[in-house]
Design a protein around this ligand. Structure first.
Ligand code: CA
Length: 254
């Protein structure tokens, strides 16, 4: 009972007034300093560590709002850190943006598969990183689901989850049950890339073993139809090459 209460209070704690706390894990001092400077300018509270062990300790101790994690670290790699963060119940929910040094798709996909929320490829502009950080924080701090009403919104797109009703640009949109589940899944995890396999398992309501056997092409086909039915709002469903799909993170003024 006491535990439950604590969890509830933590979940309901007002986050918007307090500065976002970001943990930056990067062993290259120049890059770490640049990232820290950019984020601090945005009134974020930044802590910098230079290796994986320190990162895990700081994540446990500080429970930051976001972790920016370089994948190329000495000793414990960024992949190991990410896997460990996702394994521990205390740190599982902390959003992570990975910095990948290589342009290789493989690194990016592996990071996302391990549960990263987004990635930035080096070399990156400070502005690019800042946009990603803002997007992830916005999503975490302002959940898409409005309290009580179960309404999901994105631009002119409105999904009334209880009524199973979808409107875009004021017009009602007629979706198949699968298209509807796909849309809700993508919207609920807005700004976060979903693999084809995850979408198959979720939207087709089957366990992942069966989903494995279903061709992931099926997902592509349904997403294509869903995009077409949503009209201009359908553009918000972005393709994450070699991985899956993502519903674009909200803009600041939305
Ligand atoms: Ca590095």
């Amino acid at each position: 009972m006491i535990e439950e209460k604590a969890i509830e209070e933590k979940a309901m704690a007002p986050a918007r007034e307090s500065p976002a706390r970001v943990l930056v894990v990067e062993d290259e001092p120049d890059i770490a300093a640049l990232v820290a400077y950019q984020l601090a300018r945005e009134a974020m509270r930044v802590e910098t560590v230079t290796d994986g062990r320190a990162a895990l300790a700081a994540a446990d101790r500080e429970s930051p709002d976001l972790i920016v994690l370089d994948l190329m670290l000495p000793g414990l790699s960024g992949y190991d850190v990410l896997a460990e963060l996702r394994r521990r119940p205390e740190t599982r929910g902390i959003p992570v943006i990975v910095l990948t040094a290589k342009r290789e798709e493989e690194d990016r996909v592996r990071g996302l598969e391990l549960g990263a929320d987004d990635y930035v490829t080096k070399p990156f502009s400070p502005r690019e990183l800042l946009l990603r950080v803002r997007a992830v924080l916005r999503r975490v701090r302002q959940p898409a689901v409005e309290a009580g009403a179960r309404i999901l919104r994105a631009g002119s797109l409105i999904v009334d989850v209880d009524a199973h009703a979808v409107t875009a640009n004021g017009e009602s949109v007629d979706l198949t049950p699968t298209e509807y589940r796909l849309l809700v899944m993508l919207l609920e995890r807005r700004g976060r890339a979903q693999s084809r396999k995850q979408l198959l398992a979720g939207a087709w309501d089957m366990d992942s073993e069966v989903a494995d056997r279903l061709k992931t092409r099926t997902v592509d086909m349904h997403v294509r139809r869903l995009r077409a039915k949503l009209g201009p709002e359908g553009d918000a469903i972005e393709t994450v090459r070699g991985f899956g799909y993502r519903f674009r993170a909200p803009e600041a003024q939305e």
